[in-house]
Ligand binder design. Structure first.
Ligand SMILES: Nc1ncnc2c1ncn2[C@@H]1O[C@H](COP(=O)(O)OP(=O)(O)OP(=O)(O)O)[C@@H](O)[C@H]1O
Ligand SMILES: CC(C)(CO)[C@@H](O)C(=O)[O-]
Ligand code: BAL
Length: 255
């Protein structure tokens, strides 16, 4: 969605290493924002982004207008049932329908052999993988949807275009998000039920100045089912919480 940072540029560099031709899309997609969300305020800096992408050797910048993407009469929605229900799906109704619909369109417009997405948006990545498989958007038996590990600031906060909404004080306080997740995982690894560790995480975020914690969950990394404790299957701690004007998300492998 633009307002590029090193997280985005890491995706670009990994694409550059894998592909002969790299296409980057920049589109602030109205259909994935709720009525009271930040569609209007979302940072837009297309000329500066284009210069950064040119310096990275990107071949094509695809930056359609909303009217080109959704002409009058546009009537189709792509919905990935199940994976879209918990976590951000529960707090942002319709969000993942908006994401799946636009990513389906982007895939059909660009026809990529591989596509890279950040692990910061873990649920989004799971939904895009499922959609690509279900709708035959990528070649069968090819791992075409590539997840890129979250790129962080030096102190550990996940890079995000929304970090620029934070005041200096909020930016410092936001560090409770990665440190709280890390501490919760250390506790989870001692064994025992997950809920006390997640309750401590939630309380720590509120104490640090987050005004709302949408979720702080331990979930199966693939199915996103809620877990009562760490088991043998890969699991992640996932959090979404509001700091000032920024709804921040983060997640971390728990085992
Ligand atoms: N810190 C990061 N590390 C790795 N990938 C990232 C990071 N931040 C974003 N991405 C990925 O970049 C792609 C574009 O994301 P998007 O434009 O929504 O950026 P964003 O910084 O996550 O924005 P916002 O936080 O405002 O939603 C997505 O695949 C997203 O997962
Ligand atoms: C996947 C995506 C491009 C859909 O608009 C967006 O949600 C993003 O940038 O993460
Ligand atoms: N990076 C996810 C897109 C969104 O929050 O709308």
């Amino acid at each position: 969605m633009g307002a590029l940072h090193q997280g985005h540029l890491t995706l670009v560099r990994q694409a550059r290493a894998r592909a002969d031709i790299v296409v980057v899309s920049i589109f602030v997609n109205p259909r994935q924002f709720g009525p009271n969300e930040d569609f209007g305020a979302y940072p837009r800096q297309l000329a500066a982004d284009a210069a950064l992408l040119e310096a990275e050797g990107v071949d094509v910048l695809w930056a359609p207008t909303p009217e080109a993407m959704y002409p009058a009469g546009f009537a189709t929605t792509v919905s990935v049932a199940g994976l879209d229900a918990p976590l951000c799906g529960a707090n942002r109704p319709g969000h993942f329908d908006g994401v799946a619909t636009v990513v389906c369109k982007l895939f059909n417009q660009v026809r990529p052999d591989v596509a890279l997405f950040g692990e910061k948006d873990w649920q989004q990545l799971a939904i895009i993988r499922a959609m690509a498989r279900d709708l035959d958007l990528t070649a069968p038996h090819v791992d075409a949807i590539i997840g890129v590990p979250t790129v962080r600031e030096a102190d550990g906060l996940a890079m995000s275009s929304r970090n620029r909404y934070l005041t200096a004080q909020e930016r410092t306080a936001a560090l409770a998000l990665p440190t709280g997740i890390e501490a919760a995982i250390a506790t989870l690894r001692e064994g025992g039920p997950a809920q006390p560790a997640l309750d401590t995480l939630r309380a720590g975020l509120l104490a640090a100045g987050f005004s709302r914690v949408d979720y702080a969950d331990l979930r199966d990394a693939e199915t996103l089912e809620a877990l009562d404790a760490l088991g043998s299957r890969p699991a992640r701690v996932l959090v979404a919480a509001q700091m000032g004007k920024a709804r921040l998300i983060d997640n971390w492998p728990a085992n």
